[in-house]
Design a protein around this ligand. Structure first.
Ligand code: HEC
Ligand code: HEC
Ligand code: HEC
Ligand code: HEC
Length: 164
């Protein structure tokens, strides 16, 4: 009897802890750059992103590398709920998967957007890909200079410029 009770307590604790975990780590789904573009064309972030190397990161891979799991990760964004691979380093690589924050009502409210998965990137975001796992032939010889990379690597920051 006692043993059954102990097993039950352990099981209940397990159920409690895992339910807590799944609430805490709610998984957001990727939607793809075409969704962001609808609203972020006129603020110039989408058009200027298109000019960055990130937008063309998939085209840099030859057809063999596009099928090589050792290459795909950093040259793509993720997979949508429907299973479509989002190629290139799109908005959501840096800003987080967008299905839960992309509606106007949520996007307008920065705090709410962040509760729903929006990330404001900093250099730690960049380090997910710009790190020692980049194949040596493509890795820059000099140390990473984040300030400089922020200037040249991302889209224009119109709202930030306005505040200055
Ligand atoms: C329905 C329109 C809409 C869609 C779709 C949309 N956004 Fe937004 N987004 C906005 C609005 C409105 C703001 C508020 C600031 C502004 O006016 O630009 C905003 C703000 C932002 C900000 C700035 C947050 C801050 O204040 O620093 C980021 C980053 C952002 N959106 C990323 C995205 C990404 C990535 C996607 C696609 C997954 C996306 N948005 C889709 C309308 C939208
Ligand atoms: C999902 C992976 C990923 C993330 C996250 C990422 N990058 Fe990149 N970045 C790449 C890849 C892949 C390339 C190479 C693209 C190409 O040319 O094919 C690249 C290229 C660049 C380049 C151009 C380098 C050159 O040789 O001209 C700059 C600058 C850059 N990234 C800056 C940044 C910054 C700043 C951040 C963070 C705010 C960042 N990246 C986040 C994957 C990433
Ligand atoms: C850990 C992330 C990561 C992995 C894994 C990765 N790459 Fe990259 N790749 C990058 C980044 C970041 C850059 C940009 C480097 C820079 O200039 O700072 C890059 C640059 C490149 C470039 C140069 C693009 C240009 O504009 O000149 C090519 C080509 C490339 N990678 C091919 C590959 C191939 C092939 C593989 C698989 C064998 C691979 N990468 C795996 C992150 C990665
Ligand atoms: C390589 C990483 C990266 C990618 C890819 C990226 N962004 Fe950003 N984005 C940033 C960084 C870094 C900031 C500045 C964050 C801050 O406020 O410090 C930013 C800021 C923004 C802002 C606020 C602009 C402002 O002027 O304050 C918007 C809106 C935005 N991004 C939308 C997008 C959209 C839409 C896309 C895709 C078309 C995208 N971003 C792709 C890194 C990225």
């Amino acid at each position: 009897m006692k043993r059954i009770a102990v097993v039950f307590v352990i099981f209940a604790a397990f159920v409690f802890l895992t339910s807590f975990l799944s609430a805490e780590e709610k998984k957001h789904e990727f939607v793809g750059v075409d969704k962001c573009k609808i609203c972020h064309k006129k603020d110039n972030t989408h058009p200027t992103w298109l000019e960055t190397k990130h937008a063309k990161a998939w085209e840099s891979l030859d057809s063999a590398a596009q099928k090589n799991p050792d290459c795909v990760g950093c040259h793509s964004t993720g997979t949508t709920a429907a299973g479509e691979l989002l190629t290139g380093v799109q908005c959501e690589s840096c800003h987080g998967a967008g299905n839960d924050y992309k509606s106007m009502a949520i996007m307008k409210d920065l705090a709410k957007a962040m509760e729903n998965g929006l990330l404001i990137p900093d250099s730690t975001t960049c380090m997910k890909c710009h790190n020692d796992k980049v194949p040596e032939e493509f890795r820059p010889k000099e140390a990473y200079n984040w300030a400089k990379m922020m200037e040249t690597g991302i889209h224009a920051l119109p709202a930030k410029a306005e505040k200055k």
